[in-house]
Design a protein around this ligand. Structure first.
Ligand SMILES: Nc1ncnc2c1ncn2[C@@H]1O[C@H](COP(=O)(O)OP(=O)(O)OP(=O)(O)O)[C@@H](O)[C@H]1O
Ligand SMILES: [Mg+2]
Length: 413
């Protein structure tokens, strides 16, 4: 096609040159004709390059790879031999709306039918936790869902964000999310690894305070999870014993997993996006840092380190930092009363006592500044002997045996 036009133009140019010598008007007309031909060639001349389907496909593929927009738009008419464009990537479901179920603004259900419910593990005002099995993989997992008349759009947004945040964290001490979907009623759910173990609140309630070596072993793992979260600018904001699970994980015993990132928030000094209500409303008064109570705009990871100090105090003494029943009195104590030292209540290595006391300073500047620093200082606490896997395994075996005996006793009594 292109070749033919070039020959025609060459011949016409020759004729125009000769004609212009003798007849200026005929020469001008021919020149115009040549100009029009050139414009036509410019506009349509590349058509011939698409003659090979391979070349067209390669170009289309390159375009598709470099632009998701190109992927979702129909293929241009110039490349009729293109293979069909790949289906657009699934977009995350839009946030739930309070419009009643059945309305078109509720995203279509997806994913829940992949799971068989085996047992209800926990139930709260806003949702349930289920032991489930993935029907295709056979994998056992825990499914957390949010639902009910109490649930508003903000709760759904926070729940969705929790799943998104968790699915982007990689620390082995952070609960791992496998899946996310929308249930029949339009509310979201997410699926995570199922943990075999107990949370730290249950641990201390049932078995009493921990020896120093074991407490250090647990706190260190909590800090490793926080280290990653803080380094990407996230503050957990609800560190408390019930949100830390102590488990058997693969062949490891006393393996810690940090849960419940439902109040997670971006460090405002890095990013002003915030999805949570003030921690004073949603956090747990026994573990909340003074700056969160003051409603400071700049709550950062050091608020979590304060809570780690309070959790450490609880693990070692079996007591809350401040013995007040009322949340308001508890909040006042965090703001104004000096924190007690662990050594005021139980014997503990001085380095550990000082470190936890430092975490509990009212001013964030006076605490360890990062989770990484806290890990390093916990590693230097002389716990002789350190808590070993053998001790952990023995503890779990004894606890199981005791549990088995208690169950048998209650059946026969
Ligand atoms: N993946 C899991 N595997 C096993 N048990 C879990 C798992 N996730 C949570 N749990 C148990 O359920 C409890 C509540 O979980 P979680 O903290 O995530 O939910 P929640 O809705 O925030 O509850 P709460 O408001 O009481 O803290 C945990 O303390 C833990 O004992
Ligand atoms: Mg919780």
């Amino acid at each position: 096609m292109e070749k033919t036009w070039l020959v025609i133009i060459a011949v016409l140019s020759l004729v125009a040159g000769v004609a212009a010598l003798w007849l200026p008007i005929a020469g001008t007309a021919l020149s115009l004709l040549i100009a029009v031909s050139c414009v036509y060639l410019l506009l349509h001349g590349t058509e011939g390059n698409e003659a090979t389907p391979g070349a067209a496909a390669a170009r289309a593929e390159a375009a598709g790879a470099s632009s998701s927009k190109a992927r979702s738009e129909p293929a241009p008419a110039l490349v009729p031999s293109l293979p069909p464009a790949p289906a657009p990537a699934p977009t995350p479901p839009p946030p739930h709306s309070s419009v009643p179920p059945g309305s078109s603004s509720i995203p279509p259900p997806h994913g829940l039918s992949n799971y068989e419910r085996l047992d209800k593990l926990a139930e709260g005002a806003m949702g349930e936790l289920w032991l489930v099995r993935h029907v295709g993989l056979g994998r056992i997992a825990a499914l957390k869902e949010i639902r009910g008349t109490e649930v508003n759009d903000e709760d759904v947004g926070r729940f969705t964000r929790e799943a998104q945040v968790l699915s982007n964290l990689r620390c082995p001490h952070t609960i791992q999310v496998y899946d996310f979907g929308i249930g029949q009623d339009g509310f979201p759910f997410y699926v995570m690894e199922h943990l075999e173990g107990i949370n730290l609140q249950q641990l201390v309630d049932k078995h009493g305070p921990l020896p120093s070596a074991r407490a250090v072993h647990v706190l260190r793992q909590v800090c490793l999870s926080l280290q990653e979260a803080h380094e990407v600018g996230l503050v957990h904001r609800d560190i408390k014993p019930a949100n830390v699970m102590l488990c058997r994980y693969g062949s490891a015993w006393d393996f810690v997993k940090l849960l419940d990132f439902g109040l997670v928030k971006r460090d405002r000094q890095r990013d002003s996006a915030s999805l949570t209500r003030p921690a004073v409303v949603l956090g747990t008064p026994a573990y909340v840092a003074p700056e969160s109570l003051r409603g400071s705009k700049y709550v950062d990871g050091r608020a979590d380190l304060y809570a780690v100090g309070a959790v450490g105090h609880f693990l070692l003494t079996g007591r809350l930092l401040f013995d007040h029943d009322q949340p308001v009195a508890m909040a006042r104590a965090h703001l104004l009363e000096p924190a007690p030292r662990v050594s005021d209540r139980v014997p503990v290595p001085r380095e550990l006592d000082d470190l936890l006391y430092e975490c509990l300073r009212k001013e964030p500047e006076q605490r360890p500044q990062t989770a990484r620093e806290l890990v390093e200082r916990l590693d230097r606490v002389p716990t002789d002997p350190a808590w070993s896997q053998t001790q952990a395994e023995e503890w779990w075996s004894k606890t199981r045996a005791r549990k088995g005996r208690t169950q048998r006793a209650s059946v026969t009594s």
